[in-house]
Every structure is written in C-alpha cells, then in structure tokens.
Design a protein around this ligand. Structure first.
Ligand code: SF4
Length: 949
C-alpha cells in the first residue's frame, strides 16, 4: 500500500463525485430526512440542507430476490424511497421488509460508535484505538498460537467485493478458518447440485416462475420469505400452472397453493424416491433424457426398489394414495415442472441427499434445461449466492477453487501478485510460509497416510500444511474454542491450537444452534470482535466483562458494490448516502485490518479519496474478481452492470432480456446472470439449455468428471488407496450390467440441436476446454475480454484439440497468462476431441445419477438425528463416523443413537415443529430493530400432528 497518508473518511465532495447517480430529480420536503440523518451528536450531517434532491437506484439487502428501489437523497441524507418500476425483478414493488429499509437505515438502535467492553462496562473508543487493539491482539495470537487460532466469520449480506476481500484477508493472514452463513443454509444445495451436474446454483430465474405447469414447493414458504418472488409464482398460477406445497406446516404459501400435503420433517428423500418409483412403475420416466444426458441411472433404479409406496407412506406420513396422486401430477405436467426449496430442504443432517433427490426427479421428468422447469433454489440473505461464489468459505478460494489443491493456491497467488488494481506482490512460497502445519500424529491418523514433502513450483511443500486443510465451519466453530471433553462426541481438533480470537462481521450467532456452547466458547476467547450495523446477539450473549469490541458498520445503501441474487444476476448498487453515524463500510474495515496486520498493499483498490468508499474501490475489486474467477463465468464488468441500470427500460420482465437494437445492452440478460464468459456474452438465465447456442447462454451439463466414470478395476484401486468413500461395493454394477462399459461414459453422445443449422447439424460430447478455469485474457487490465479457451469454445471453427494446441503454442512463446497455466496440458490427450463447434467452455457432459465421491452415492433416506421413530432408525440410520470433517470429528449415527434412546426413555413419541425465529436478515437483528418489521415477526408457536391432537 502506498505509504502516502490518505484520508480514511469520505467527505461529501468526494462522495458526490464518486456516486453514480441516476436522475437528478428535484424532491420537495426533507425535514424528516434531515432530522433522521443526524449522526447521533446532535449535528446535522454536512450538506444535509442542500437544495438538490436525487434518486439513486439501489437494491434491497434483505433477501435474495434482489428487488430494486430508488433511494431519495437530499444532501447527505437518505430521505425516502420511491419505486423503481423499470427493474424487471420487481417492477417497483417491495415487500414489507424492503419497504422498511428507510426505517432500518434511520433506526435509533444502530451501532453508532466503536465500543469496548471493559470491566463490565461498554465505553466508546476511537476507530484508531479499536483497530490498533484488534490487529495487535490478532498478531500476538498469530505469533503465540499460530494463525489458525483466529476465526474469521463473514457474511452473506456482504457485497461481492466485501466477501471477496474478506476471503483474501484470511488467506493472507494464514488460515482457512473463514466461513459465513451459507454454510448452514445452502451448502447442502451447492454440494448436492454441483455434484450432480457441475454447478450448485439455481438453474432458472425468478421471472421464469411465470412459465411452470407444475410448481412443487417443498420446504419453502415464499409468500413470507420471498414475497416478491411470489408475484411471479402467482402469475404462473394465473396462467394455468398448478402449485403443490409439501411442508410440515400449513403456511401462507400453503394457502395460495392448489394442494397442500403435510410431511414428516426430514423425509424428503423417501418422498422423492417414492415419486420416482411410481413414475418408473407407470412407465413414465423420461427415458430419452436419462439415456442421453444422465450417467448411472440404472443404479438409481435398483435403489428405487427400497421405496415401495407403503414404506414411503410409513416414513413420510403422506398416505399411499396421496403419493400416487403426486406421481400422477408429475406425469400430467412434465416436463414443465419446477421444484422449489429453501431451508426446509437443506437444513438436515441428510440435506445434501434431499437436494440430490430433487435433482434426480428433475432429470427423470426432463424438467432440467428448459424454461418453466428447473431447480428453483431460494436463498435467504441478499448475497448468499455471491458470498458463496467469491467469499468466506473454509474449503474453497473464490470461484470454488479447492483449498486442498496447491494448484488453487498457486493460481490465486498469481492473481493477487499480478493484480493491476493493488500494489501488493506475493509469491506462492511467501504465502505458504504464513501457514502452520498439523502435527504428524493428527495428520497421519486422520488421513491414513504418512506425512510427506513434495516438490511444487521449485519449493518443498508439506502435505500436512494447514494451507491445504479445510477450515473450521460456522456450524461448529464453538467446538474449536472449547476443551475436548466439552465438544460434541469428544471430538479431536485437527489444528495446532484452539481458537483464541474471533471476528464476527455481519453474522448473528442466533442463526447457529447450540447457543449454550457458543456462549461458553465466546467466554473462552481472548478477544471477540463484532462488526455489524446493529449490536447483534453475539454482543451480549456471553458473560464476559472484558475483551469485546464492537465496530459499527455502514449499511449496504451507504456504499457502492455488486451483489448476486438467488438466480445468479450480478446487480450493481449505488449508495443513497455516505456511511451514517461514525460507521465504516465492511470494505474499509477489511482494508484497515489488512493495513494493521501488515499486508494492506493487497487491498488498496481505488485511489485517492476513493480508496475506501469510492466507486473505484469496488469497481477495481470487481475487476480483480473478473480476472480470477474463471470457473463460473464472473466476467461481468462494472461498466456493463452500470449500463444495465441506465437502460433498465429495455429489459423484459418475462425473459429478462433486452430487446433494444442500437443500445449497448441489446440481447443481454438483466445483470448478466453467471456464467457470463466475457464482454461478448449475454449471461445465462437458464442453465443446461441444450436447445440454445452457447453464445446465447446455451449449455450441456458440465463435463467435470472426465470422460468416463471409474471402471470396476479403477474403483478397487481407489478403495485400496482410501481415496474412495468408505464403500467397497462398486457403485455402477447395474449400469455396467445393463449398458456395458459404454454406460460409464461421462460425455454426451452426439446430437442435433435446432440452433446448429450452420455447422453440419450435429454436436459432439466434449470435455471441458483446457485452461478454461486458469487462463486469463492477454491484456489483464481488460479482464472481461474473452480468454483464449472461452473464445475457442464459442468459435464454430475451433475445437477442444485446437485449444490445447494453441495454449501450448502460447506457453512456448512465453505469452500465456498466467505463466504456467498450460503446464499440465498434453494436447495429445485431446486429439480425439476435434469437433469444430460452438461449446460452453465447460464442455458437453452428462449429469451424474451416481455421485461416486459421496458416502451415499445414490440418495438414501436417513432418519433425522432426533427421530420419533426408533424402529425406522434401525433400518435407516444416520451416517456414521467422519474423521477430520472440517477439522472436527463427526458422528451423526452416534448422536442419533444417544438422542433416540433419551427420547425413548422419556416416553417421547411426538414431533413438535417450530419455525426458526431468525427469518429476515442478520439473525433478525435488523428487522427486530425496526418498529414496523418487528411487529411482523412471527410469534413463537408449537404444532402437533392433527391425528395426535
Ligand atoms: S426482502 Fe426480498 S422480496 Fe422483499 S423487497 Fe427485499 S428483495 Fe424484495
């Protein structure tokens, strides 16, 4: 970072200069705004009395629908809200949460100054003192106990840039102990979907709800959780679509549905397998889809034999007749069937398999890769998708590059070293040296292999480096701060020392279970830092007297940046006003922490007075993201995103596409849903559409798992080397039995799509384009220009083989960026893939019916850990021991046994359902701090089954 001192505070003049304002509308009034915009000191903020009023296009930060609104500003005051009618997501509407933004912004309960708990008293401290104390204490802990003793807990309501910066901060500090809320809400979705077809995201758009024939809502209540999405849902119903709602509770969504079926919680797999079994028995599975685009289906069919409808009825508490009726509905309405879920589907010990069972049902009914079909994954917080893609995750680097691979680290070190938008330099070895190593005993016991050293990029690297170990998760962070005897199942901790300090930034502790353990864990820390817009539960749930610092964070309407909504659109947002009170933006806090910890030069995006809050800070950070995140097509330039706002009128609410010849946005989809492969790509509103040209967003399933699934011999070798899950039986026995070795093929067979009229008709199945996830454009200052693999993939005259050869040529000429990106490419391995055709860079593969890396390779019903049916636990137990699972042992089967026995001993045979009371944002702290939405919070309740009642 420049040694020149810079102003840390954005004054009004630079704020006005930095803001991208859409409008210039004169607004009347403003007295209320003046009063509300006061900073708590009794003084009106600078400029609040100015004459000009302006409207700023912003995006609601409560849920992942991403509704737009116009914030009214006068001077530096946020004085009101107006509808943004042209925004194609919401056409001007907001739900009660969105409409309350103004009240939240001006809430008296906002944290206004940095605070410190000393001798049981909260006292104000300056930002300088707070940052000095935090960074020196984190540094002391790093020296004394190692970098893994600090936990970095980030947020799904960060902007994309905040999320990315937070992940980078932890990486440069030297730990993978960094995580955020999506771990407990949708990590099972990501795992389930990504392991089926390559990407773990919502396949279709919110607007595409208008096109279903059947909407199957399971474990989600959009009428309350995502009210504006419900407008599209009801539009679909008005057009003749049918809604079936499956839930343990009768909700407001149930009231809108055409049918409601009450299920026992945690039995989704049994229900979906039962429906697929019924379809099979009726001869109604889509055999063409399963043969052409899915690998391993025969082994699913064998598993369906376990799910006769009487068994399914017994497990789910949905009658046999109702299951048959549901099956008939699938038959009547396929293929335009959408399956929608949220936390009701994901938050189970068997959550990943729930998601897999939905995905397989979608494949079996041909609902994937078409408008009106797909997997409608509804995220909670505004930026769950973006934060997961780019940010604080303990097992991946931005863009899903695994921390377990040294290659991932080398790649991201290159990005951070060469980024033209920061002044920092770092080599792989320098970064590696910041990480601790696991003890020999722990490493060998948990991995089943001897510790070793290997050569990597000219360095001797240890396999047991903590750099390559997944970090602790949000879900069980507390166990890492407790003594072993207090941890769940007395678990070992696979890192050198327990946690000693934690930063919780934008994350409320009450969204995590085990409150008592969290409380005790917080009390064990040397320092607890909480950065939030409101004092959150974590500020007060412990009984500490000292060692807590609270940092006031600016709202998301007080700085620039982008956020990715639930359907992958990357929306740009401008600030309605500068940071309120004595708060700072998340980005500025991250930059100050990096400065204090000695590596601020990697975070100096922006320049001059814009260094912290200015637009160029966020734009330059996004450009660095554009450069690095090549796996999922994050090549949406800030300029294009801002242009979309300017030409908002051009975009259709029906399709999200701009039909405006002569404008720069013509043909684009609103806010370029990822993958967007570069400046020439319109974005991808619907994943896996093989009826669309790839240059227009067309896709086949990602060819992520090579050309073939493991043969029996390869499987046996994997088992012998302990690389396969603990499952000696070959997972493709039935597939090979019915289809021979050809059934193991993971690439799609040739087919003839309508769009391919200009290129001899047929397209071939091909592997992923070499270098697509690692090669940059030639001019890295222009990171959204298409890289060579992207260009060649789209080019009808180029093939996968051509791409491999061209990359090697460039590498030999020394012009490939980053250097070494083609080091493991052998063109001869691609010689058989010489079909010259337009492709997605991710190749043309098949979906996996059998996810052979999972413990349950095909979905299996597993009784909930707390089950009221001990008889079912015996047949369908939870999965057992997992060693060093994100640095802690886990044994769901043992926990299930203990809790089931305890329930039995106490004569319990009743399920009491309760909704989570952390709806809304930040564990509810924002909405509870707002007079209007606090009133909307649901009351506590308990429900029992009517038969029992
Ligand atoms: S909370 Fe969600 S549905 Fe409501 S206005 Fe905000 S983004 Fe839209």
């Amino acid at each position: 970072m420049s040694s020149e001192p810079v102003s840390l505070d954005l004054d009004r003049r630079s704020f006005m200069k930095a803001s991208a304002l859409a409008g210039g509308l004169a607004l009347g009034g403003g007295a209320t705004g003046h009063a509300l915009a006061q900073d708590g000191s009794g003084e009106p903020p600078d400029g609040a009395l100015g004459d000009e009023g302006e409207l700023v296009k912003s995006v609601c930060n409560y849920c992942s629908v991403g509704c737009g609104f116009k914030g009214e500003r006068k001077g530096d005051a946020f004085i009101g809200m107006e509808p943004w009618f042209e925004n194609p997501h919401n056409n001007g509407s907001l739900c009660s949460k969105g409409a309350s933004i103004y009240g939240t912004e001006h809430s008296e309960k906002r944290l206004k100054h940095p605070m410190k708990l000393e001798g049981g008293e909260w006292t104000k401290i300056s930002w300088n003192d707070a940052m000095e104390e935090i960074t020196s204490e984190f540094d002391r802990i790093r020296q004394e106990f190692g970098p893994d003793s600090v936990m970095w807990m980030g947020s799904a309501h960060f902007s994309n840039e905040d999320a990315y910066a937070f992940r980078k901060l932890a990486a440069l500090f030297g730990t993978t102990n960094v995580d955020h809320q999506a771990r407990i809400c949708h990590s099972t979705t990501v795992s389930g979907l990504a392991n089926t077809w390559g990407y773990g995201a919502m396949t279709n758009t919110l607007n595409d709800y208008r096109n279903y024939d059947l909407l199957f809502i399971i474990g989600q209540n959009p009428a309350e959780a995502h009210p504006i999405s419900m407008q599209h849902v009801l539009e679909g119903q008005k057009r003749g679509g049918k809604i079936i709602n499956i839930d343990p509770r009768y909700t407001k969504t149930s009231a809108h549905a055409d049918e409601f079926h009450r299920m026992r919680p945690g039995t989704d797999v049994a229900l979906m397998m039962g429906i697929m079994r019924y379809l099979r028995d009726q001869g109604e599975l889509d055999r063409d889809m399963l043969a052409d685009r899915v690998q391993g289906w025969p082994d699913v069919e064998v598993e369906l034999d376990q799910y006769d409808l009487d068994t399914v009825a017994d497990i789910t508490w949905i009658s046999r007749e109702s299951i048959e009726h549901l099956g008939d509905q699938f038959i009547e309405h396929k293929p335009n069937i959408q399956i929608e879920w949220a936390m009701g589907g994901t938050q189970h010990n068997n959550g990943t398999q729930n998601i897999r069972s939905y995905a397989l049902t979608g494949l079996a009914t041909s609902g994937i890769g078409r408008a009106g079909g797909g997997m409608q994954v509804m995220r909670g917080h505004a930026n769950v998708q973006g934060a997961t893609d780019l940010g604080p995750n303990s097992h991946i680097l931005p863009g899903y590059y695994s921390v377990e691979s040294p290659g991932s680290w080398a790649y991201w070190t290159d990005v951070w070293n060469q980024s033209p938008w920061t002044s920092g330099n770092v080599s792989f070895k320098e970064l590696y040296d910041r990480y601790d190593v696991m003890s020999k005993r722990k490493y060998e016991e948990s991995s089943g292999e001897a510790t070793s050293t290997f050569a990597f990029e000219g360095n001797d690297i240890e396999t047991r480096s903590m750099m390559f170990q997944k970090g602790i998760t949000v879900a069980r962070w507390y166990d890492a701060a407790l003594p072993q005897e207090e941890r769940q199942n007395n678990a070992e901790l696979y890192q050198p020392s327990p946690l000693k300090a934690m930063l919780i930034q934008g994350h409320s502790a009450n969204s995590i279970s085990e409150m008592d353990k969290q409380k005790r864990a917080m009390e064990n820390l040397d320092l607890l830092v909480i950065a939030d817009i409101f004092p959150s539960v974590a500020s007060v749930m412990h009984d500490r007297e000292d060692g807590v610092i609270l940092l006031p964070v600016a709202s998301q309407y007080e700085h620039h940046g982008s956020l990715t909504n639930t359907h992958r659109s990357v929306q740009w947002r401008d600030p309605v006003r500068p940071p309120g009170h004595n708060s700072k933006t998340d980005m500025e806090i991250i930059q100050l922490l990096a400065d204090g910890l000695g590596f601020g030069e990697h975070f100096d995006w922006g320049s001059g007075p814009e260094l912290y809050n200015g637009r160029s800070t966020y734009e330059n950070c996004l450009r660095e993201i554009n450069l690095g995140v090549r796996t999922i097509g994050y090549q949406q330039s800030p300029e294009r995103l801002q242009q979309h706002k300017e030409y908002d009128w051009a975009f259709s609410t029906e399709t999200l596409r701009a039909d405006a010849p002569g404008t720069p946005v013509d043909g684009d989809y609103w806010m370029l849903p990822w993958p967007c492969w570069g400046d020439e790509h319109p974005g991808t509103p619907i994943l896996w559409r093989d009826d669309t040209d790839p240059r227009e967003g067309g896709f086949d399933f990602r060819a992520r798992w090579g050309a073939t699934a493991p043969t029996r011999q390869q499987w046996n070798e994997l088992v012998a080397s302990s690389e396969a899950p603990d499952r000696p039986d070959y997972p493709f026995a039935e597939t090979v039995n019915r289809q021979g070795q050809a059934g193991l093929g993971m690439l799609r067979a040739p087919y003839t799509p309508d769009w391919n009229t200009g290129y001899n008709g047929r397209v071939e199945g091909v592997p992923q384009y070499p270098g697509f996830s690692t090669v940059w454009p030639e001019d890295i200052t222009n990171p959204t220009a298409m890289s060579l693999p992207y260009r060649y993939a789209h080019d009808p005259t180029k093939s996968v083989f051509d791409t491999a050869r061209a990359l090697i040529r460039k590498a030999n000429q020394g012009t490939l960026r980053p250097q070494g990106a083609a080091s493991d490419i052998n063109p001869q391995e691609y010689s058989q893939y010489d079909s010259k055709q337009p492709d997605p860079p991710t190749g043309r593969g098949k979906a996996r019916a059998v996810a052979w890396n999972f413990l349950d390779v095909v979905p299996v019903h597993r009784e909930p850990v707390e089950s009221p049916r001990p008889d079912l636990v015996e047949r369908w137990p939870a999965n057992g021991q997992q060693t060093n699972f994100f640095r802690l042992d886990q044994d769901n089967a043992a926990t299930q046994k203990t809790s089931t026995q305890a329930a039995q001993q106490q004569g319990m045979n009743t399920i009491l359902t309760s909704g989570r009371q952390v709806e809304h944002q930040g564990g509810g702290s924002e909405t509870r701090s707002n007079l209007f939405t606090a009133d909307l919070q649901p009351h506590m309740y308990a429900e029992i089954h009517p038969d029992m009642a």
